[in-house]
Write a protein that binds this ligand. Structure first.
Ligand code: AMP
Ligand code: GLY
Length: 424
């Protein structure tokens, strides 16, 4: 079977790594990929938004299955385009990916189908937004409606900051057209969890639990990023929380999307806030989380390819997923300055020494090869991931790898997985 993975980040390196292990695969491509994927697949010089080029490649090379990593091509309609040409593809249609593409749509969907979420309003006018902010009080959360690469959420500590954030978004300064509509919502406290499932629009297979670390600094301080590390399993997702997530969030959402004529196929990722045994949904993503994908796929025991293919065929009925008992932890190593403007082009040293056992792996995200040398080329550069018999052991193994790797200005959190250890 010939498979094409679309994307070039840490998530796609993890997908390529996992798919490459399948005995069903005869040839694997990644577009555009990165230096990490090039060791396992043939990288193609096609960007994720060049849908016509991706289609032409898949068509001419008789690709049996295309697996889409990032949200952008999904929102642009890559799945619809490929399917219209008779090609099998894993991911939601454009209409289904709208659950991530518009936060206003996703909040309205949750309201309509009684999915627990924060109280909110949707605004296009500054004056109405201001009135809502004053009425609700701070802290309060301001979100750009459209895709903003994980950066469109502002947690405002004062009403003035919230009003300023709304102004920046509505005026188009902050996120262009993605900010021309804003969602303003109640600030929630609690512990977050990433709850991912794979669905064909009917049957749902929950993935193992995971937790991301969104803030740039230790102790969840500083601005939010795309994610600075993740681990699985996440003890915050107890059996009870798992059941509530399936019953209150996933089932009504999958059914609701079908009822709206937006049948959902692919990975559905619910960002949950857990507090006092209850859950609220922060957001939906139409794809694997990055970096959650890295620890999740390291823990996945069964072959992922039959599951991906079954979803592309719209029939998950006979599929299941087995997991390793071991825990996995991924520590993201990032460039100086991230999540604001960051340095690029610094030589990465220690990659050869970082992996000392089969339980450790370095997933590439923002790297490039310059004259044969691996250099930094993005905000999040590497996802250093390890398995261990417990989260504690996986943390040690991951940080052992991290300690071997360095470049000028490297930054990473020292407390990935700590919340799992602090639980009673
Ligand atoms: P989102 O993209 O909507 O998940 O937001 C990104 C991050 O912002 C979440 O993972 C949370 O850390 C934070 N966040 C979003 N909405 C809220 C909220 N209503 N209350 C508190 N934190 C939030
Ligand atoms: N790690 C969060 C996300 O992928 O959106």
């Amino acid at each position: 079977m010939k498979i094409l993975v679309v994307g070039g980040g840490g998530r796609e390196h993890a997908l390529v790594w996992k798919i490459a292990q399948s005995p069903l695969v005869t040839k694997l491509y990644c577009a555009p990929g990165n230096p990490g994927t090039s060791a396992l697949a043939e990288n193609l010089p096609i960007a994720v938004d060049q849908l016509d080029k991706l289609l032409a490649f898949a068509f001419e090379n008789k690709i049996d299955l295309t697996v889409v990593g990032p949200e952008q091509p999904l929102s642009l309609g890559i799945v619809d385009l490929f399917e219209a040409h008779g090609l099998k593809v894993f991911g939601p249609s454009q209409k289904a990916a709208f659950i991530e593409g518009s936060k206003a749509f996703s909040k309205d969907l949750m309201k309509k189908y009684n999915v627990p979420t924060a109280a909110y309003g949707v605004f296009t006018r500054q004056s109405e937004a201001e009135a809502f902010i004053r009425e609700t009080g701070a802290p309060i959360v301001v979100k750009a409606d459209g895709l903003a690469a994980g950066k469109g959420v502002i947690i405002a500590q004062t009403c003035e900051d919230a009003i300023e954030a709304v102004h920046e978004m509505l005026s188009g300064n902050a996120f262009g057209s993605a900010g021309s509509r804003v969602v303003i919502e109640e600030f929630l406290t609690g512990e977050e969890a990433s709850f991912l499932v794979i669905t064909d629009g009917n049957k749902v297979i929950p993935l193992a639990s995971a937790q991301d670390h969104k803030a740039i600094f230790d102790g969840d301080l500083g601005p939010n990023t795309g994610g600075m590390g993740a681990y699985s399993p996440a003890p915050v997702v107890t059996q009870d929380i798992h059941e509530k997530a399936m019953l209150q969030v996933i089932s009504p959402t999958v059914a609701g999307m079908a009822a709206e004529g937006r049948a959902y196929r692919g990975v559905l990722y619910a960002g949950l806030m857990v507090k006092n045994g209850e859950i609220k949904t922060l957001e939906f993503n139409a794809r694997f989380g990055d970096p959650e994908c890295q620890p999740l796929l390291m823990r996945m025991k069964s072959d992922i390819v039959p599951v991906l293919m079954a979803v592309a065929n719209g029939d998950l009925a006979d599929s299941g997923i087995e997991w390793h008992d071991k825990a996995a932890v991924c520590v993201v190593m990032a460039s100086e300055g991230y999540p604001a403007d960051y340095r690029k082009g610094d030589e990465i040293s220690g990659l050869d020494q970082a992996v000392q056992s089969d339980d450790q792996y370095v997933f590439h995200a923002g790297t490039a090869l310059k004259d044969g040398i691996c250099v930094t080329n993005g905000g999040r550069v590497l996802g250093v991931t390890a398995l261990g018999v417990s989260v504690k052991d996986a943390i040690s193994a991951a940080y052992q790898s991290v300690s071997k790797i360095s470049w000028q200005g490297v930054q990473y959190r020292k407390d990935i997985g700590k919340k799992a250890l602090e639980r009673p």
